[in-house]
Structures are given as structure tokens and as C-alpha cells.
Design a protein around this ligand. Structure first.
Ligand SMILES: [Fe+2]
Length: 292
């Protein structure tokens, strides 16, 4: 992986510049030899994207000491390629990983896939379809979870609803309602192929997984018509063809452009693997959606 590099200090301006350049050219930076800890990686992520995302999903275990860091998916099973919160309007610009303990010597690698490369692997028919037709997502999200995603976790429900409303512009075409228990029902349409990365200006990317990825989510074409299984299959095939692996050592860091580079995980044995993730936006908390 050509974006791997060894550095003098995680804090030095030259390291930061190299990371920014790697994000721009490759969509990711893999940092080895810094012996980084969770706190340092949160600080680094904030330099690249100042607004940390909080995550209240039940499966997310916050780091005991450092705000903004979460243990990656529990269990030891395989996790397929995905963009973090990709099929939601709360998608973070940047996702960072830091390895505290690599766990077993076999398995447990983090999978990555550059959406720029995957796009070139789609069949012409599927690429054409995804360039022409947008995808509609319908989501149902519990109150603390959606409030965390938009940085409104400390607000009472009525104010949070108003604040959420103010985040969406009419051109976003996001429709939502909140039931008395605080559950958010949200619907929006988005493109699967975008130019929207804030790190890689203007290049086209396969930037969405459109399969039913989260509980409480359904997807279709924007007009409500079902997406043929062959489209999901082709996206899966294209992304798998460009899959690469990050093998972890203690203190390694990976920083990903979450609009460009998808991630996943190989299965491993035991429970020892300890990897933390940090999610952040380059601008103030906002939904990540823009009408395509
Ligand atoms: Fe993830």
C-alpha cells in the first residue's frame, strides 16, 4: 500500500501535510511506527476534521477515557465493506482507526476499498444506471442516536427537532418526522456515484452501499421502484475486486476519507483485538447530505 509511511512525530506539521496529501491522492493514510495511542489519534483527527461525531448506537462502546473514540464493531466476525454511516445523511467526512492491540496473529485485518478504483470496475450498464438514477433511503433511528449524529445530544427533544429541521435545506429533499418517543423517521435520496469528497476534489467515486445495511433501513430507487439484485451484486463484485487489507500492529493508525474509501474487517479468533475508531466532519455538525 503506497500510502503507508513512517514519520518522525504524529504532531509535526510535516506529518500533517503528508497525511493531507495522502488523503487527497489516495483517499487514505496508513501511519506506522508512531506508536500512537487513542488520545493522539483523536487530536490528529480533529486537526484534519475539527468536528467529532458522537455515536450512540448500542453496539458502540465509548473509549473509557477519551471522548470521541469508540471500540470498533463488537464480536469477531467478518464485517463487509461499507462507508461509515454511508446510507444516512449523517455520514462523517473522515474515519480514523488506531490499533491498541492487534489480537491474534491471523485474521482481524481491516479491509479497505477505494471508491475511485471500484467505480472503474462496475459494468457499463450498472454505472450508467447509477449515474442516472438516485437511491432513496428510508431510516428509523432512535432519539439518542440521531441526536448524537448531529451533535444535539444535550438538547431536549422539541429543541432538537427544530435544530434538526434547520440543518436541512429544502434542496436537500429530506423528509422527516419524529414520533412522541423521539424516534426519527427520515427519507432522502442520494446518488451512489458522487464527486462529493472534501479531500479528493471533483473526482467521481462509487460512494454508497445501497444494500439493506442497517436495521430499520430500506432502499429503493428514488421513484420507489425496487433495485434489482444484479445491481447490488455488481457493486459488491466491483468493490471486492479492489479490496485491500491493513494488517495491524500496536500503535498503527489508518485515516480514511469516508466518502471515498470503504472499510470492513476480516474475521478473527478470540476477542483480544482492540481497535478504536474516531469519526469527524470538516465543518460544524451537519447532515452530510447534499442533493445530487
Ligand atoms: Fe464501520
Amino acid at each position: 500500500m503506497e500510502t503507508e509511511f513512517l514519520g518522525e512525530s504524529l504532531k509535526s506539521p510535516s506529518t500533517l501535510r503528508r497525511i493531507e496529501l495522502a488523503l487527497q491522492t489516495d483517499g487514505l493514510a496508513v501511519l506506522r511506527g508512531f506508536d500512537a495511542d487513542v488520545e493522539q489519534v483523536v487530536a490528529l483527527a480533529k486537526k484534519l476534521a475539527p468536528s467529532l461525531l458522537t455515536d450512540h448506537r448500542v453496539e458502540r462502546e465509548p473509549h473509557p477515557k477519551t471522548f470521541g473514540a469508540y471500540r470498533v464493531n463488537p464480536g469477531n466476525g467478518e464485517v463487509g465493506l461499507h462507508f461509515e454511516l454511508g446510507p444516512t445523511p449523517f455520514r462523517p467526512d473522515l474515519v480514523a482507526f488506531v490499533c491498541v492491540d492487534p489480537g491474534p496473529t491471523t485474521g482481524g485485518a481491516t479491509l479497505i476499498c477505494d471508491g475511485r478504483k471500484a467505480l472503474t470496475r462496475l459494468t457499463p450498464e450498472v454505472r450508467d444506471l447509477l449515474e442516472k438514477r438516485r437511491i432513496r433511503y428510508r431510516l428509523a433511528i432512535p432519539q439518542p442516536v440521531w441526536q448524537g449524529f448531529v451533535g444535539l445530544q444535550d438538547m431536549e427533544l422539541p429543541e432538537a427537532i427544530e435544530a434538526l429541521r434547520s440543518r436541512f435545506s429544502p434542496s436537500d429533499n429530506i423528509g422527516f418526522s419524529v414520533d412522541p418517543s423521539g424516534f426519527l423517521f427520515l427519507q432522502y435520496a442520494d446518488a451512489a456515484i458522487t464527486h462529493r469528497s472534501t479531500f479528493s476534489d471533483g473526482i467521481p467515486l462509487l460512494s454508497a452501499i445501497v444494500a439493506n445495511k442497517y436495521v430499520g433501513m430500506t432502499v429503493s430507487f428514488a421513484d420507489g421502484k425496487p433495485i434489482p439484485m444484479a445491481v447490488f451484486d455488481d457493486i459488491h463484485r466491483a468493490m471486492t475486486a479492489e479490496e485491500e487489507r491493513i494488517q495491524w500492529n500496536k500503535g498503527d493508525v489508518a485515516i480514511l476519507d469516508n466518502y471515498r474509501v470503504a472499510h470492513g474487517r476480516d474475521a478473527f479468533s478470540g476477542t483480544k483485538r482492540e481497535v478504536y475508531t474516531v469519526m469527524a466532519n470538516r465543518r460544524a455538525p451537519r447532515p452530510q447530505h447534499a442533493a445530487a
